[in-house]
Each structure stands twice: as structure tokens, then as C-alpha cells.
Design a protein around this ligand. Structure first.
Ligand code: HDE
Length: 682
């Protein structure tokens, strides 16, 4: 396993090491440590006789097996987590006293779990959905959890509606269909009747909901939090993660296909990147707002359906997280990880966002059933790297053996310890916000504009992104059986954009909206993925080759690809070796049976002197699909002829290498552009 720090283990790593056991080379024992002499046959009375009750080894093995599952998370059930570290670029003491945000030389260990929201544990990675982006910082002051998503806003404004929105998007309760998809009646019925979801739905219908990779998506803390500095002065803050590889997505058809071909696509992608030493990096950004400016943005900053446009409040980049180690054990680490927004450190505090306040209850509560009791903080992955001392002693599976008879406070027998720490000693003191009001159950008037930012999002999209959004609405609503619900959604989205609502109304057999429209003309360029970072780094290229290729020249091209960060993988007739001229051979990773174009970012076709009819047919299918997904296609040698015969030459994003010296750079450039949207697809 790739360790990422060349043996320099951080504090969390050393702590986890103490719990690791390698069974290799050991004798098999029971859980009591008794060596076992036989493990394939149960204890029986005679060759063909009944199994004996006294077979303790059989009973222990089966009992453990029978209890091997824990409940999956009620949302975000399917996830994948990795270790890493966070390092600050600049001291943030002006805004916060959080220790891990002071010293630029400190590397704070982190554990990050990416997830889908809707599907169950075994569902596919590439479905249309928000993605969870939860980070646990193991700081010197205790664990700090930033539990975010890859979308900066949420469906609802008040946590009391969370069970409703989740019930609506999960499979329908009568037949448990569909899995991991919002394309069904109950979800869209919820949307039509809870219009605060308008903005979030725009993101879910956009390319953001089908990310190319966990490594290529942004993360957002969503809520407005507070930074509090040493002097007790507070600022409002929103958290962002910015991927160094840019924010990129699949096209819908591709994501769909991948769900069948490689349901673990995102897991494989992240795991392999780390194993190959291509450590994903994300910069931490903050948007900071003075308390006096609370109402300056024209929105309520306590409303989690709103974002702060980056053009109005720039994102200050303050540090970088590097993900550099895969887990040793999925269950022990990923599945048992317990995140909680209430895990904060001095200098970070909450606001009255009613969604945030509700989450502060839910995350702790959910672990009690999922992890089976109140001692889940003792599970290695959840332990802080600093010791914990309090008067909690009992509950299921308690591991710490607290010595002494005093388990209460205040006391004299133990010198009144463990004692609370003063603020100066690092004790957490809640920000002394002044609050007053009458008890009411109602929505603040400042929370009632559900459409302006949905329009802002729409206005910020490129023509291609808009087309994708229209197609997504058309797909999802096209699966909704109730014509009334379809119509309600058309009429609802007329408030966001008449163009949008008209465009999808046509495709779903609904009446075009009669009234509507928005007077919001503002756009936020930062919301468009066309303004992201473009780099060829770690892009996977399918190299189609057969025997008899021009050995030295193809070797040269592939070396130039690799030097530019591309990751070529050979596809040929048979696995094993493919032989070129001048003694050059390559290892074949795939055949057309084991690989499909959707698993690659680009295709480079070389062919060779020796292609069979079947090979050519498979290659046409492969390239045609990549072409229709707007992917870069390159060709040299016999490959050029192949592209010309099949009508691809001269099309946008198709690079033909007549000059072998200049071809690699031209192709790498085409790959770094991700997709070639202006290509004409029939
Ligand atoms: Fe969560 N959410 N959530 N959520 N959430 C959970 O906690 C909840 C919300 C998010 O990788 C659960 O341990 C409520 C927003 C992530 O383990 C649960 C509300 C955002 C993860 C829960 C929200 C999130 C969860 C299920 C509305 C983005 C996965 C299992 C008030 C900022 C964490 C668990 C992981 C998981 C409740 C809304 C992100 C039930 C009540 C907004 C990334 O506690």
C-alpha cells in the first residue's frame, strides 16, 4: 500500500497503527485465542452424522458472520474515504483562534469521506445526485468535522423537513423503486409543493450532479458559520474546497452507462490515483463577512438555500489538503467513521441557520443506532489524537478502563478533576450572541424568495450547460407518471426562466407556461464549470493498438503523454503483449471485452499492420461512443486512415498526427480541454 509520507507517520497514523493486526503467517485461532485444528468441517457424530451442539468453533464463526452488517447510513450510505493532511498557507488569527488555522508549518491529519446521498450502500457511483464531502480534521484541540456537499445550497431551509425530503427522494415506499434516482413521482411532487428547493434542484439537474471524479469536484460547508478570534470578535464564514484538477463532469449518457459497466467508477478512480501517487489536492477557501454586513447581500445568510456569489465576496484560499493514503480496512475506517457538525474547536462556532441547528442534533443521534451505542468515539477512526477525560464510563462496548471511584463533578476526592478548562486554557466558550424573540413556528419573511438565486444559477450557465439542464429536467420529468406533477414543475420553473420551462415542457408533453419570467439579470461566472481549471493531469487515455505498429514512434508518443500527466492504457486484441516493429512491445491492459470508452477521458488510435475485421468493428463502436460523448480523439499511423474512412477526421477535438513530433502536444491540449462541446453530433 502506498503510504504517501514515505514512512513519516502523522499523529493519527501512529494512533491507528496501535490497532492494526496483520494475520499473515499466523495460526488460526478462535476469538478467545485458542488455536484451531480444522476449519473446513463442522464437528459431527460420524462421517454422515448430525452436527454437534458442542462445536464452539462452528458457532462462534457463524454467529459472527450472522452479525456482520451494521445499518447503513440513512442518507449518504454509499461512500468512500481516504486519509490525508491539511496545511495552512496563511495565519488566520485575525479571524479565528482555531489552532489548526494559525501555524503554516503544522500538518493536520484528515480523514475525508465522499459519498452519494440517495442510493443504498451497493448503488452505483455515477448516478445523478449531490455528493457528500465530509472532512474530519484531527487537530491538537480535538476533532473538527466539516461535513459538506459538492453543492453550496440545500433542498430545504429548516431541519424539521429533512425526513420529508429524504422520504420523497428515496425509493418509493410501496415497491422500493427506483434505486438511487430522483426520477420519480414522489420526489418531483415534493419539489412542486416545497418550492424552497428550486435553487438546489437547478444544481441537481446540472452537470455538478454527475462529477467525473471525487477528485474533480468542489466542496462546500453550505451553512454560514462563525469564526471567532482571540479577542472574541466574530465574522461570518462560508467554507469551500477547490479541487486543483478543476471541476469536471460526465455527460449524462456516459454516467448512466458507467453505472452498469463500472458501478465503482469513483471508488476505483480515487483508490488508483492514490495508489499511483497522484495525490488529490483541494485548497481550502473561506468567504468572510463582517457581522455589520449581515444584510448587505440582499439575502438572508441564515437561509441554506442561498449562496454568496464569489464575485461579491471573493473566496480567500487559506490552505491545502492532500489526500495521500487509502484505508486499510473499509469497514473499520470508512463504514465506522462518524461525522458530526457539533465537532468543533475553539474559534469556530455556529449561526442560527435552522438547518444547521437541526443537523447539530441529528448526526450524534444517528450514530447511536448505526454504531450501536454511545461509545463510538472510542472506535479508532473516530478517536481524537488528543486524550479525552470526562465522567462518562458505561454503555455498550466501552473500551477505556477509567480508574478510580470518582465519576462525577464537582468532587473533592479527585481534587475536583477532571475540571473544565478556562478559555485561556483552551476551553470551548460559545460565542455570546445576543438572542431574543417569541417562540414561533414560522418561516422568516427573509426566507421567502425561492427563485432569484435559481435564476442567477441559470444565467451563469454556458449554452452547453443550459442544454444539459434542459435535458436533465426532460429525463427526470419524463419518468414521472403524474401529468399534474409534470405541469406543476413547468409552472414552478417558469418563475426561474421562461426559456428553461418552455424548453422542457415541450419534451415532456406538458403545456408551456403561460406566465412567469424573472427580472434577475445577474450572473455569477464562478458557477459555470467552463471557468474552472483545465489540466491534462491524470486523464486516462485508451490507446488502441494491434501487432505491427510503428514501435519507436508510438513509444515516443506515449512517453510524451506520460510526461504531460496523461495515463495511457493499451487496448488490443488479446491481453498479454502487443508487438510493434523494431522490437518494441507493450503490456496490454484491456481488450474490447473488458474496457468500454466511458472508462476513459480520451482515445488515441494507432492500430497496426494487422487488424482483423472484428477488431475494426469493435474499434468503430468504441470511438463512436467516445466521439458522441465529446471526448478528444487522436490518431497516428494506420489510425489516421481508420479515422478518415469512418468520417471522424477534421471534426472538433479530433487530432491527427501526421507530424509525430508535434502530435503529443496537440493531443495533450485537446485532452486538457476535457470535452469538445461544439462538435457536431448527429
Ligand atoms: Fe446530512 N446527515 N443532514 N447533510 N450529511 C447525515 O449522518 C442531516 C445536510 C452530509 O460521510 C447523517 O452519519 C439532517 C446538509 C454528509 O459519514 C444524518 C439534515 C449537508 C453526510 C444526516 C442534513 C449534509 C451526511 C446520516 C438537514 C451538506 C455523510 C449518517 C438539517 C452541508 C457523512 C450520518 C459521512 C450524513 C442528517 C442536511 C451533508 C442522518 C437532519 C445541508 C456529507 O445524521
Amino acid at each position: 500500500m502506498n503510504d504517501g509520507r514515505n514512512g513519516n507517520k502523522n499523529s493519527k497514523e501512529k494512533q491507528l497503527d496501535a490497532f492494526k493486526v496483520d494475520d499473515k503467517g499466523k495460526k488460526l485461532t478462535t476469538n478467545q485465542g485458542l488455536k484451531v485444528s480444522e476449519d473446513e468441517f463442522s464437528l459431527k457424530a460420524g462421517d454422515r452424522g448430525p452436527t454437534l451442539m458442542e462445536d464452539f468453533h462452528f458457532r462462534e464463526k457463524l454467529t459472527h458472520f450472522d452479525h456482520e452488517r451494521i445499518p447503513e447510513r440513512v442518507v449518504h450510505a454509499r461512500g468512500f474515504a481516504v486519509h490525508g493532511e491539511f496545511q495552512l498557507y496563511e495565519n488566520m488569527s485575525k479571524y479565528t483562534r482555531a489552532k489548526f488555522l494559525q501555524d503554516t508549518s503544522v500538518k493536520t491529519p484528515v480523514f475525508v469521506r465522499f459519498s452519494t446521498v440517495n442510493g443504498s450502500r451497493g448503488s452505483a457511483d455515477t448516478v445523478r445526485d449531490a455528493r457528500g464531502f465530509a472532512t474530519k480534521f484531527y487537530t491538537e484541540e480535538g476533532n473538527y468535522d466539516l461535513v459538506g456537499n459538492n453543492i453550496p445550497v440545500f433542498f430545504i431551509q429548516d431541519a424539521i423537513k429533512f425526513p420529508d425530503v429524504v422520504h420523497a427522494f428515496k425509493p418509493e415506499p410501496d415497491n422500493d423503486i427506483p434505486q438511487a434516482s430522483t426520477a420519480h413521482d414522489t420526489f418531483w411532487d415534493f419539489v412542486a409543493n416545497n418550492q424552497e428547493s428550486a435553487h438546489m434542484i437547478m444544481w441537481i439537474m446540472s452537470d455538478r450532479a454527475i462529477p467525473r471524479s471525487f477528485r474533480m469536484m468542489e466542496g462546500f460547508g453550505v451553512h454560514t458559520f462563525r469564526f471567532v478570534n482571540e479577542q472574541g470578535k466574530a465574522h461570518f464564514v462560508k467554507f469551500h474546497w477547490k479541487p486543483m484538477l478543476g471541476t469536471h463532469s460526465f455527460v449524462w449518457d456516459e454516467a448512466h452507462e458507467l453505472a452498469g459497466i463500472d458501478p465503482d467508477f469513483h471508488r476505483n478512480d480515487l483508490w488508483n490515483a492514490i495508489e499511483n501517487g497522484h495525490y488529490p489536492e483541494f485548497e481550502l477557501g473561506v468567504q468572510i463577512l463582517n457581522e455589520e454586513d449581515e444584510f448587505k447581500l440582499g439575502i438572508d445568510i441564515l437561509d441554506a438555500t442561498k449562496l454568496w456569489p464569489e464575485e461579491d465576496i471573493p473566496v480567500q484560499i487559506i490552505g491545502k489538503m492532500t489526500l495521500n493514503r487509502n484505508v486499510d480496512n473499509f469497514h473499520a475506517e470508512t463504514e465506522q467513521a462518524a461525522f458530526h457538525l457539533g465537532n468543533v474547536v475553539p474559534g469556530i462556532d455556529f449561526t442560527n441557520d435552522p438547518l444547521l441547528q437541526g443537523r447539530l442534533f441529528s448526526y450524534l443521534d444517528t450514530q447511536l443506532i448505526r454504531l450501536g451505542g454511545p461509545n463510538f468515539h472510542e472506535i479508532p477512526i473516530n478517536r481524537p489524537v488528543v486524550p479525552f477525560h470526562n465522567n462518562q464510563r458505561e454503555g455498550y462496548h466501552r473500551q477505556t478502563i477509567n480508574v478510580g471511584k470518582v465519576n462525577y463533578h464537582r468532587n473533592s476526592l479527585a481534587g475536583n478533576t477532571p475540571a473544565p478548562a478556562s478559555e485561556e486554557e483552551g476551553g470551548y466558550v460559545s460565542y455570546q450572541e445576543k438572542v431574543e424573540g417569541r417562540k414561533i413556528r414560522a418561516r422568516s419573511k427573509s426566507f421567502t424568495d425561492h427563485f432569484s438565486q435559481a435564476t442567477l444559477f441559470w444565467n451563469s450557465m454556458s449554452p452547453t450547460e443550459k442544454k444539459h439542464i434542459i435535458n436533465a429536467f426532460s429525463f427526470e420529468l419524463g419518468k414521472v407518471k403524474s401529468m399534474s406533477v409534470r405541469q406543476q414543475i413547468v409552472d414552478m420553473y417558469a418563475n426561474v426562466s421562461l426559456d428553461l420551462a418552455r424548453a422542457f415542457s415541450k419534451k415532456i408533453g406538458a403545456a408551456p407556461p403561460k406566465t412567469g419570467g424573472s427580472n434577475v439579470t445577474k450572473a455569477s461566472p464562478a458557477l459555470s464549470q467552463e471557468n474552472t481549471i483545465f489540466t491534462p493531469s491524470t486523464r486516462k487515455v485508451a490507446v488502441i493498438l494491434t501487432n505491427g505498429f510503428n514501435g519507436p514512434e508510438v513509444k515516443y508518443v506515449l512517453e510524451r503523454f506520460q510526461a504531460s500527466g496523461l495515463m495511457p492504457e493499451i487496448i488490443s486484441e488479446n491481453q498479454g503483449e502487443v508487438k510493434g516493429r523494431n522490437g518494441v512491445t507493450f503490456n496490454v491492459k484491456h481488450t474490447f471485452l473488458t474496457a468500454k470508452s466511458v472508462q476513459f477521458d480520451a482515445v488515441y488510435i494507432v492500430n497496426g499492420s494487422n487488424t482483423s475485421k472484428k477488431f475494426n468493428k469493435d474499434a468503430v463502436y468504441f470511438i463512436d461512443e467516445a466521439f458522441s460523448h465529446y471526448k478528444p480523439i487522436g490518431a497516428t499511423h494506420e489510425g489516421i486512415q481508420f479515422l478518415t474512412i469512418n468520417g471522424y477526421d477534421g471534426k472538433q477535438g479530433v487530432v491527427t498526427g501526421y507530424d509525430i513530433r508535434s502530435f503529443p502536444d496537440e493531443f495533450v491540449k485537446a485532452v486538457s480541454l476535457h470535452r469538445h462541446w461544439d462538435r457536431k453530433i448527429i
